[in-house]
Design a protein around this ligand. Structure first.
Ligand code: ATP
Length: 371
């Protein structure tokens, strides 16, 4: 896996884009490294496409700087950037065969004869469409058309491939299949992929690193485990997976930990890691539902765990796990996911009191909102 010591392929420095009174991208600073599969994840309208379009050169930043391979892109038109884009809509040439579609960008670079045949053949094999070379796009399924689009974009040999929700038009099963394919393709070619999606699971599965975007700003950049296990903000905690948010007051700071007071929870503690907080400060903390265990009232949770007693409101069976939504004293709710590893799960029925407990190592302190 490429690491952050690899050279920087895309450098964004305080990039902002305004459309009249609308700020689509707001002061984004970000490095994407050579060979990375990097995803920008965020809800519809958060500015993901605008960010990609600026990197491709179709839009210009209102302020800030974009560098590709260390070169400032100001004034460099799209066709002079070593970048190609794959769109959700495939954008294939309908009147051309699969082979001609893939050959298009290669020919534009002046490649002809046996070399052209070799490059096109290799890229059709890369996306496993060798036997479809003579077909027209309309004679292919959506998934196959997207493979052609990927082969066409890669055959021209760009240093950077931008992918704007490329699997967005496909059904769930095909999406999963193509996710695996995309990971394999990126591993094989080693080209830097900058991938845009609103699908959090897709971003976690595919990427070496993920940037979470909200309302034009970056909320967090990190490895998939970072953004899932240690969300930086309330937005990231809520957008990626399900989270329990606990509004609390700091009641003590000691040995790298903060003790927190929150209604109904005893022993609530949070590791501070690199953060610092003050006694009496209002903070928000989160714990993922799968980290929360359910206990009978007469069953003592392990010493040192955070414990809360509430009343089961809903029990939702989801196959792999059962979700327990528990009303907590003082209002609010806490959710626990219990893995269905046994034939039946009998952790509590609606209306029953239940004890919830978790290892304080899994409590995460959230940054205060910057908006
Ligand atoms: P989606 O996932 O729905 O495509 P997105 O995260 O890619 O959304 P963008 O398409 O980048 O978001 O749009 C960000 C914001 O900028 C939106 O509010 C959008 O309406 C606005 N916007 C984008 N392009 C333009 C434009 N050409 N003129 C005016 N506003 C624009």
């Amino acid at each position: 896996m490429p690491d952050t010591f690899a050279p920087v392929e895309v450098g964004l420095h305080g990039v902002t884009k305004r459309f009249s009174d609308q700020t689509a991208v707001n002061d984004v600073t970000l490095n994407v490294h050579e060979g990375e599969f990097f995803s920008v994840l965020g809800p519809s309208g958060c500015g993901k496409t605008t960010l990609l379009r600026m990197i491709a050169g179709f839009e210009h930043p209102t302020s800030g700087r974009i560098e590709l391979d260390g070169v400032d892109m100001v004034g460099v038109p799209p066709h002079r950037r070593d970048v190609n884009t794959v769109f959700q809509s495939y954008a294939l040439f309908p009147h051309m065969s699969v082979w001609d579609n893939v050959a298009y960008g290669v020919k534009r670079k002046g490649t002809r004869g046996p070399e052209l045949k070799k490059v096109v053949g290799e890229h059709l094999e890369l996306v496993r469409l060798g036997q479809y070379a003579k077909r027209r796009p309309a004679q292919l399924s959506g998934g196959q058309q997207q493979r052609v689009a990927i082969a066409r974009a890669l055959a021209a040999g760009p240093r950077l491939l931008l992918l704007d929700e490329p699997l967005g038009a496909l059904d769930a099963v095909l999406r999963k299949e193509l996710q695996i394919e995309l990971m394999r393709i990126q591993r094989e070619v080693g080209t830097t992929f900058l991938y845009v999606t609103h699908d959090q699971e897709e971003a976690l599965v595919l990427s070496h690193r993920v940037a979470v975007m909200n309302a034009g700003r970056l909320e967090q950049v990190g490895y998939p485990e970072d953004v899932y296990e240690r969300p930086a903000t309330r937005f990231v905690a809520g957008f990626i997976g399900t989270s329990n948010i606990l509004d609390a007051t700091v009641s003590g700071v000691e040995g790298g930990w903060a003790r927190l007071d929150a209604p109904g929870v005893t022993g609530l503690r949070v590791p501070l890691l690199t953060r610092s907080v003050k006694h009496g400060q209002r903070v928000a903390a989160t714990v993922r539902p799968e980290k929360v265990h359910l206990h009978d009232l007469d069953d003592e949770p392990p010493t040192g765990w955070c414990v809360l007693t509430g009343t089961v409101r809903d029990v939702v069976y989801t196959g792999v796990s059962t979700q327990y939504v528990v009303d907590v004293p003082g209002g609010g709710e806490l959710v626990a996911f219990v893995q269905n590893t046994r034939r039946t799960t009998d952790a509590g029925a609606p209306g029953q009191p239940v004890r919830m407990a978790w290892d304080p190592d899994f409590t995460v302190l959230l940054e205060s909102e910057h908006r």
